[in-house]
Design a protein around this ligand. Structure first.
Ligand code: T46
Length: 136
């Protein structure tokens, strides 16, 4: 599955820690957009979609949450609770986010601007899209 946990170097000293995110240095795409998710409830689940082209890197800068990731063949779960680690998610991966801690702040770097046409929000349509793409 084209997902990867990327270690992000933390520059720490007695004053605290600092992580820098730079296009094509530790982020494998041009960063065109940044958004963040916060004020989440423990029992709420988000996502339930895939992207046709968009690549993203998700970092939990506070608290924790879990991702369910599915490429149409296998399904894995990833726990994020470390601001020095980014979860890279390639295009064509179904994602569901859940088990948010109350203090969770999830920052997401994206390879493109917001475009609803890039979303596949129906799971059956997603598996059809994966099958069609792999037979091309
Ligand atoms: C993803 C996961 C990890 C915007 O107006 N601009 C934006 O850049 C984004 C990301 C969203 N929105 C609007 C669209 C919806 O009206 O914000 C609202 C909530 O978006 P959505 O329901 O898609 O949120 P999530 O948490 O289900 O998914 C988001 C991203 O949309 C998605 O790309 O991979 O986080």
């Amino acid at each position: 599955m084209n997902v990867q946990l990327i270690p992000l170097q933390s520059h720490g000293d007695s004053r605290g820690s600092l992580v820098s995110l730079e296009t094509h240095k530790n982020i494998p795409f041009d960063i065109k957009r940044v958004y963040y998710i916060f004020d989440t409830e423990k029992n709420v689940e988000r996502g339930f979609h895939a992207h046709k082209d968009l690549k993203q890197l998700a970092i939990v800068v506070s608290g924790s949450c879990r991702f369910r990731l599915d490429d149409g063949k296998e399904r894995i779960s990833v726990y994020l609770d470390n601001p020095s680690q980014g979860l890279y998610i390639d295009s064509c991966i179904w994602r569901e986010m859940y088990d948010f801690s109350k203090d969770c702040v999830l920052v997401v770097l994206a390879s493109n601007h917001y475009d609803e046409a890039d979303y596949i929000r129906d799971y059956e349509q997603f598996t059809r899209y994966v099958d069609e793409s792999s037979s091309k």
